[in-house]
Design a protein around this ligand. Structure first.
Ligand code: AVI
Length: 320
């Protein structure tokens, strides 16, 4: 193991995580659902990386360009000697831009639910940043955050890119921001937020021509087949992702194409023809509505950056 790379730690919450239990609960509901955090096993994480490269999925390239353009300004706001903590780290591509500009960071702590994937990407980052202390943490940032404190307990700069905050209902998003705030030790949070825009553009981003988002959506059922021995017929469900303009969100479903039953953990689940299984919401904000949410969470909006077409925004929020 590289010398600057601590052995990945597992938080208690990751151990308690229970795909089977959550899936059974979700499928027993009168409106069936599967929690979106289960998208991200190794296959799902790779599919999400492929989504980020799609021509229709403007989010990743727009946010990456914003980071690159404003990296120096962001680094100045973060200050010196901070521990950068990334919530739901994914591919680590964006943090490389921040690390390139950061002023003598104390450490980088990426947190992700997918342990295997995190190990792969952190290993390659360690090779490129041999002097940086890396503290990968396998865990679920949606649960109470327990991040081991470094000696001298430095301020933290939280990093939560990709508009993952949009995958939480506004009240849950507020509660999550509140929890993040308490973990920052007086520092700030850099967060990426997708903006309300032309519904056609949003619709295209979640209904790509190559069908990668459909595969990503169906990976929830494929994962249940792989890990839990379920017998979902993947061709028996259709990807459906409309934009709900009144609620400012993309809603994602897997819709049963026929009357069918599925066996899972010794139980049988019936699906009517046309029955939806809700798998994800992706809320969109205006700059103002997101700043209001941050204030409700006890954070102080300081700087905000957006692109020329106002597709995406990055906010620097302070915790003190
Ligand atoms: C991770 N999250 C912000 C993505 C989104 O856009 O809501 C997940 C995603 N779902 C479908 N495509 C991408």
């Amino acid at each position: 193991m590289d010398t600057n790379l601590a052995r990945p730690q597992t938080t208690a919450s990751a151990d308690q995580d229970d795909f089977a239990g959550s899936l059974l609960d979700g499928l027993r509901k009168s409106s069936k659902e599967i929690a979106c955090k289960y998208f991200y096993d190794q296959t799902g994480s790779r599919l999400f990386d492929a989504i980020c490269e799609l021509p229709e999925y403007y989010q990743t390239r727009t946010e990456t360009a914003l980071l690159a353009r404003h990296a120096e300004e962001i680094a100045a706001l973060m200050g010196e000697d901070v521990e950068i903590v990334e919530f739901g780290a994914g591919s680590l591509r964006k943090v490389r831009i921040l690390l390139g500009a950061a002023r003598s960071p104390r450490a980088y702590t990426p947190m992700d639910i997918s342990g295997e994937y995190l190990c792969d990407v952190v290993r390659s980052l360690a090779a490129d940043h041999p002097a940086l202390t890396l503290r990968p943490l396998v865990g679920d940032f949606t649960r109470p955050l327990e991040i081991p404190v470094l000696p001298g307990s430095p301020r933290r700069a939280g990093f939560f890119p990709g508009s993952t905050i949009g995958n939480f209902k506004p009240d849950a998003a507020m509660a999550l921001l509140r929890r993040m705030r308490t973990s920052l030790n007086g520092g700030g949070l850099l967060i990426g937020v997708d903006l309300v825009k032309d519904p056609a553009r949003l619709h295209a981003a979640y209904n790509d021509a190559a069908g990668i988002t459909a595969l990503f959506n169906k990976n929830l059922m494929a994962r249940a087949n792989r890990e839990l021995g379920a017998d979902f017929d993947l061709d028996g469900f259709a990807h459906y992702a409309p934009y709900n303009a009144a609620a400012h969100r993309i809603e994602m479903y897997l819709v049963s194409l026929k009357r069918q039953s599925v066996n899972l953990c010794g139980q049988r689940f019936e699906f009517a023809q046309g029955e939806p299984v809700h798998t994800e919401d992706s809320h969109k904000y205006t700059i103002e509505s997101f700043r209001e949410l941050a204030v409700r969470a006890g954070l102080r909006p300081r700087a905000v950056w957006t692109d020329q077409d106002r597709l995406f925004s990055m906010h620097w929020l302070e915790s003190h």
